[in-house]
Structures are given as structure tokens and as C-alpha cells.
Write a protein that binds this ligand. Sequence first.
Ligand code: ADP
Length: 190
Amino acid sequence: MRMILMGPPGAGKGTQAKVVAEHFGIPAISTGDIFRANVSRGTPLGKKAQEYMDAGEYVPDEVTNLMVRARIDEPDAEPGFLLDGYPRTQAQVADLDDMLAAEGASLDAVLELTVDTDEVVQRLLKRAEIDGRADDTEDVIRHRMKVYDEETAPLAAVYRDRGLLHQVDGMGEMDEVSDRLTAVLATLQS
Ligand code: ADP
């Protein structure tokens, strides 16, 4: 299974990615988590990414694409993977297509969590109080939403045209959302 999980900031992608990944026994690969780990370790990649992340901008495609290439080449991703937060731009879609084609592989499904924007801004502000992410201030959150709407939301149509898109209502309790996702996953397996 090679899958993508899409959804705006605050849609609960991280939590739901774990549910989906466990369901299929594949790794959940979060580009945001990998960037944050590199920022906290002070690696060259982290140094490149930090200023973009702090401003709520996307890290440049070349940097992100190389990182994802390396990650999906790891042995644990051989049987499949769930990408959380990638691709987010047209160029990333194209690069992922190349990566998969080079392996003779293809995508099986794209899951999109749909949410109410005002409600997720509130969710993110609450999260900011708990784990204090540097990019969870109100201005930066609103900017991340805008970038998502402009650059990433349109990608759903690309995958819809390929017959891969499954939209799932991301509002409500985490467990409810997981149940909805699991129902969709059951249809994929059969
Ligand atoms: P969220 O979806 O809540 O904004 P993520 O953890 O997925 O959070 O991403 C945090 C930040 O990491 C993004 O705002 C961006 O700066 C960077 N990032 C993550 N994934 C990508 C990507 N595919 N392309 C470019 N930048 C990315």
C-alpha cells in the first residue's frame, strides 16, 4: 500500500496517519516531523528548513523532494508507506510520480481530511498552548492555511482525476474520524 494523507494544518493528520499506518503495517512518513527532528538536532537540513517553517512557508521543493526520496528508499518503506504532509505542491506531485515510476510502483489511494477552517484555527491555538510549536502563533497559523488553500488544496483534484481520492470528514472527535477512515480503508482492501 502506497498512500497519501492530505488535509490542512490542524486537520489531525498526524494522529490519523498513525491509525492508517498501523492498519496496513506500513510506516507513516511525516515531512513536518522529519523537518522538526532535523531542526532540533541542528542538522544542515534543519538549518535550511527552519526559517521557512517558522514563517509558515513551504520548505523549497528541491530540499523536500530529496529528503522524501531518501526516506522512501529505506528498507521499512519497501512494502509501502503513508505520506503525511507530502506532496504539497505540483512539483512535489511530479517528483513523487518519478520516484514511484523508477521503482515500477504506483499510488494506491489518497485520503483527504476535510475540515472547517475556523474550527481548526481554534484547534491549533489550543495545541500551541500544549506543545508550543514555533509555527503555532495565530498569524503564522492563518498564513499556513492560506498557503495550503493556494498550493495544496488544488492537488486533490489531480488525484480525483486519477480516481485515487477518498475524502473523509475530519471534524468531530479523533475516534470518530478514525472510524470514518477505517471504513474507507476497508473498501480499499477488498
Ligand atoms: P501542518 O500541516 O500542521 O502545518 P506539518 O508538521 O505537516 O504541519 O508541517 C510543518 C511545516 O513543515 C510546514 O509549514 C512547512 O514549513 C514544512 N513542511 C512540511 N511538509 C512539507 C512539504 N511537503 N513541503 C514543504 N514544506 C513542508
